[in-house]
Design a protein around this ligand. Structure first.
Ligand SMILES: Nc1nc2c(ncn2[C@@H]2O[C@H](COP(=O)(O)OP(=O)(O)OP(=O)(O)O)[C@@H](O)[C@H]2O)c(=O)[nH]1
Ligand SMILES: [Mg+2]
Length: 215
């Protein structure tokens, strides 16, 4: 279980109602719903990232979440306010283009440069075509498999500056990266995604002027 934001990550809300204290139930029922969509090339690590979030950093190997269990639900509280975060990815049972997400998390594989390029050349165009309100939606760029920087030759991996520049050209709001396998920076990545996501519920909305903050 991750995040300073107080998270409760065991399964779906319905499944968690049994045995809860009234105060906890009230908080969950009052919680604001935020939908997050993860997109990115095949095998870039989306499911493993979400599975690590769900399992926490002590459990190895990571039990993988099943696509059919989407959305993956995380109840968090931020500054004392409860949020009900629903994570979907492109393999969700309901076609992802039919969703109405509040935040888009565009992922790439740090060990596969083409996946960095296709964020801009493919995924950004796909989400623009699918969601008319994309200009008002915050975008987080998420680099996955950070552990590969130590394992592969330097020229085979994407370095942070290159990725950060890509995030800026995409007018992303945030750039974060982590390794789900080692757990490195997963907590920080999740916190930053949560903060970006929960800002979408404020009057000003979540999208900035394209100012990308590195985590
Ligand atoms: N080294 C390393 N490998 C990872 C990491 N995360 C995932 N992988 C591996 O990358 C492969 C693909 O991971 P998935 O999580 O299935 O990727 P995905 O984006 O969900 O793939 P699709 O659902 O097919 O699009 C698997 O073999 C994972 O074990 C990581 O942090 N580090
Ligand atoms: Mg997957």
């Amino acid at each position: 279980m991750y995040a300073s934001v107080d998270t409760d990550t065991d399964g779906k809300l319905d499944g968690k109602l049994d045995g809860k204290l009234d105060a906890e139930l009230d908080a969950e029922l009052d919680a604001e719903l935020v939908k997050l969509l993860l997109v990115g090339d095949d095998k870039c690590g989306k499911t493993t990232f979400l599975s690590r979030l769900s399992a926490g950093d002590e459990t190895n190997p990571i039990p993988l979440l099943r696509d059919i269990d989407q959305p993956y639900i995380f109840n968090v509280s931020l500054s004392g306010k409860p949020f009900h975060l629903e994570f979907y990815d492109t393999s969700c049972a309901q076609h992802w283009r039919l969703l109405d997400p509040d935040v888009i998390v565009v992922c790439y594989d740090i060990g596969r440069r083409p996946s960095l390029v296709s964020m801009r050349t493919f995924w950004l165009n796909e989400v623009k075509a699918a969601f008319p309100r994309i200009d008002g939606l915050p975008i987080v760029v998420l680099g996955l498999k950070r552990d590969l920087r130590c394992k592969l030759q330097p020229d085979a991996v994407v370095d942070p500056q290159e990725a950060y520049q890509m995030a800026q050209t995409m007018r992303a709001d945030r750039y974060v990266e982590c390794s789900a396998v080692t757990g490195e920076l997963v907590k920080l990545a999740f916190e930053d995604i949560c903060i970006t996501a929960t800002k979408t519920t404020t009057a000003a909305g979540g999208q900035t002027e394209g100012g990308c903050t590195v985590l």
